[in-house]
Design a protein around this ligand. Structure first.
Ligand SMILES: Nc1nc2c(ncn2[C@@H]2O[C@H](COP(=O)(O)OP(=O)(O)OP(=O)(O)O)[C@@H](O)[C@H]2O)c(=O)[nH]1
Ligand SMILES: [Mg+2]
Length: 177
């Protein structure tokens, strides 16, 4: 019998891997609202989320997790607060291959912090830019006395995404009751 149904939100910029993360983890077929990308300047991919993604995973007999993906483009930021209602936490994904990745972390972290206390950061696309240092994110966190967990992940890998979801749940249970 399911005793807990948790809600977790995935945030981050267009192309960071939110839809990919939910697809790699979900045990049900993911409900996606993707449309053709008309803004090829910000990212060259063919499809982009314009509404919400929804997937689900059962962690054990008692815990099920609803996985909610947000649209990355900030012109849809009015949707983020709505999706975050009742969430136990958010995974903020940062595309490491982007020139302004650190600025993206600052922006999306601040934005989602408005809606949820519990955040973990996943740095994606590390395989595409292994030279570029991961230390920059930690330095910024240390400077600002931020202690959220940060993981280098591949959003297409189920185990990587699961690790972040489990970290969020553990923090929610320990720190936030
Ligand atoms: N090489 C590499 N590709 C990745 C990684 N994570 C995601 N991708 C790919 O990056 C592309 C964009 O990912 P999406 O999941 O569509 O990005 P999104 O965050 O949902 O983007 P929007 O819906 O536009 O906001 C997809 O082709 C993914 O398979 C990664 O860590 N490495
Ligand atoms: Mg998407």
């Amino acid at each position: 019998m399911i005793l807990h149904k948790y809600k977790i939100v995935f945030g981050g910029k267009k192309g960071a891997g939110k839809t990919a993360a939910i697809r790699s983890l979900s045990e049900i077929s993911v409900l996606s609202t993707e449309a053709h990308n008309t803004d090829e300047q910000s990212h060259s991919k063919a499809l982009t989320t314009v509404g919400i993604d929804y997937g689900e995973i059962k962690l054990d007999d008692e815990v099920a997790v609803g996985l909610y993906g947000t649209p990355g483009q900030d012109r849809f930021d009015f949707v983020w607060s709505v999706i975050c209602k009742g969430a136990i936490g958010a995974v903020v994904l940062i595309d490491h291959s982007q020139k302004d990745a650190l600025e993206d972390l600052k922006f999306y972290f601040q934005a989602f912090k408005e809606y949820v206390n519990n955040i973990v950061v996943g740095v994606t696309h590390v395989d595409e830019d292994p030279q570029h240092l991961l230390k920059q994110y930690k330095d910024w966190m240390n400077l600002n006395k931020l202690t959220m967990p940060i993981f280098a992940i591949d959003a297409r890998e189920k185990d990587d995404v699961l690790l972040m979801v489990e970290a969020l749940i553990a923090r929610a249970e320990v720190e936030f009751g």
